[in-house]
Design a protein around this ligand. Structure first.
Ligand SMILES: [Zn+2]
Length: 490
């Protein structure tokens, strides 16, 4: 491999002082080795991995849509929607603005539980199916069939309105499509609708739309993103020069169905996290529903994903205060979802690499450079009290190595050897461990004043041994023993 020869001319400069420096080549868009597992096929984490226990296998079409099956249905709430203090655990199905819509059993099974209540879920029916899953029908106006008589009997017997009854397998069998109740607005409901859930025996809530969906509910509308934010996650991290979250709001809202695109560039350094605010609409409905899945790709590679398809109820649901930037929401009113797994968050909805969604924006490569000072010019300028710019910044004042070695080549960034030979004699010898500040701190400091861009170079400090050079001198710089810098002075 031939080295290009750099030239530094002394034509107008009597004496040059050379100082070897380590060069940091910046590529701020690069992220550290924290990519999601991209080996082989990209597969969704199985629920057994996510929650423990097997993932329920439900054939498409197993469940009947419980309101007006076969007709277009509309949702006022979706699974995983971000509610105060919990993830919404099912679907809110619209009932045409009124109550007393027939509620159909979603599949064969038996009534396992009934609750008559003025709070929370209101009047609720639970149907357990042969596959072990239970469908939950909430905010009902009234129950139908023999169970309604049983309820009335027990209410008289116990002389109370509010009741919770559990039934054995054989007491109230139901058939798929049987009307089991009339829809309502009972309990903590803000308007007539059917809240409908699918749970397993451990009360884990599943997104009912995940098993092939329902023909009644169509979604061809892209989610709307209202904001994207970048947050520093370490003390040396900087976002737009400062240690603070940068929030980008799209300048133009996209046309319905179109993607939200940001053309902005955010400068950042160090470990940072992304946050997003948004909602999803279903076809022909204006309700702002939740977004179940968010995927982050970095340079085309899978990096982070969460899918709110299963949430342990209610403990897992409480983790929403960690999933969201709770403080920001309460001080700024914007609901930002973190796209990294924060400390203490044990929600099993993630598919990420070891960095758990933290982006490490770092420098890319290391090379060598020489920082020449025209000492005569500098003395002259000093004498006149003028700025030294001319003595430090002239053509050829900063020759750089022809080769840069990727950061990944170095086992320890705090132990990189480099030296400069002048006419074959070692004049300067340095080690990155001798630097006053580690690279991260230097970049962090610089980025507070100068926006760093891809391809920018930072000259770090110089080791001792700075000396004059003269015409005819041959300067060779070595990085870990490899000659990568060759400068002739003439
Ligand atoms: Zn609901």
């Amino acid at each position: 491999m031939g080295l290009k020869t750099g030239l530094i001319t002394t034509k107008h400069l009597n004496r040059l002082l050379g100082a070897l420096v380590l060069l940091l080549a910046l590529q701020p868009a690069r992220v550290g080795g924290q990519e999601a597992d991209s080996s082989g096929e990209r597969k969704q984490k199985s629920l057994s991995e996510m929650l423990g226990g097997g993932r329920p296998v439900v054939p498409a079409g197993y469940f009947l849509f419980p309101i007006a099956p076969g007709k277009p249905g509309f949702l006022s709430g979706s699974m995983g929607e971000l509610r105060p203090h919990h993830f919404h655990g099912g679907l809110d199905i619209k009932t045409g603005g009124g109550v007393n819509q027939p509620v159909y059993a979603a599949a064969d099974g038996y009534l396992s539980r009934l609750k008559q209540s003025s709070f929370g879920y209101g009047n609720t029916l639970y149907i357990t199916h042969a596959n072990g899953l239970t469908t939950v029908y909430a905010h009902l106006n009234e129950f139908r069939g023999p169970v309604a008589e049983e309820l009335l009997r027990q209410q008289y017997e116990k002389q109370t309105y509010e009741l919770e009854l559990n039934f054995d397998k054989d007491k109230f069998p139901v058939k798929r499509g049987e009307v089991v109740a009339l829809s309502g607005n009972t309990g903590g409901s803000a308007g007539p609708h059917l809240h409908w859930e699918v749970r397993d025996a451990q009360d884990r809530q599943y997104n009912p739309l995940q098993w092939g969906g329902f023909a009644e509910v169509q979604d061809h509308v892209a989610p709307i993103l209202q904001a994207l934010a970048v947050e520093p996650l370490a003390i040396e991290s900087r976002v737009e020069r400062v240690f603070a979250k940068a929030v980008l709001v799209p300048k133009v809202q996209p046309a319905p169905g179109a993607a939200t695109v940001w053309a902005d560039t955010i400068s950042a350094f160090g470990p940072v996290g992304l946050l997003v605010q948004g909602f999803d609409r279903f076809d022909n409905a204006w309700n702002k529903n939740g977004i179940q899945r968010v995927t982050v790709r970095v340079n085309g590679q899978p990096f982070y994903e969460h899918t709110i398809d299963a949430v342990p109820f209610p403990a897992g649901s409480r983790q929403i205060s960690n999933f969201l930037d709770y403080h920001y929401q309460h001080t700024q009113g914007r609901q930002l979802q973190k796209l990294w797994v924060d400390e203490g968050n044990d929600l099993n909805i993630y598919n990420t690499g070891p960095g758990k969604g933290r982006l490490n924006v770092e420098f890319d490569a290391i090379g060598l450079g020489i920082d020449f000072t025209a000492r005569d010019v500098q003395s002259e300028l000093k004498k006149k009290g003028l700025p030294w710019e001319l003595a430090k910044a002239f053509d050829g004042s900063a020759p750089i190595s022809t080769t840069f070695r990727p950061v990944a080549d170095f086992a320890d960034l705090a132990n990189i050897n480099f030296h400069l030979e002048v006419n074959g004699e070692v004049k300067q010898r340095g080690n990155s461990g001798l630097m006053l500040h580690p690279f991260a701190k230097i970049i962090s400091f610089v980025s507070q004043y100068i926006t760093l861009k891809m391809g920018d170079l930072i000259f770090t400090g110089t080791p001792s041994g700075v000396g004059p050079v003269k015409a005819g001198d041959q300067l060779h710089g070595f990085l870990e023993g490899e000659k990568i810098l060759d400068v002739a002075v003439r």
